[in-house]
Design a protein around this ligand. Sequence first.
Ligand SMILES: [Cu+2]
Length: 123
Amino acid sequence: MPRFTTSLAARPLRLTARIGIAVAAVALTAGLAGCGQSSTEHVVTIDGLKFAPAELEIAAGDTVVWNMESTGMAHDVVSDDELFASDLMTEGEFRYTFTDPGEFGYHCTPHPQMTGNITVTAP
Ligand SMILES: [Cu+2]
């Protein structure tokens, strides 16, 4: 009788441990998939005296990479809301990760006609 009781008690314990491992594995996979999504990058280039594309829609958590390659002219990328500001650059890139949904306008200080807008949607 004591033997029977022991084996019955051991079974549910083992089963619970297995389910626990399965749940942990699913959670880990979901977490990794989430990481992959949040690292999406969108490239904005400088085309003459314009940002291209000037209008961009991204998801919260995405990064915008401004490619500052230009033909000798210095540009910068400055948020209208003072959220971010690059140096004046003739080459290289400037990047910013948008964490909150909303509308984010930006401009180039030496060229006021150079403007752009990032629309950030909820993830
Ligand atoms: Cu400029």
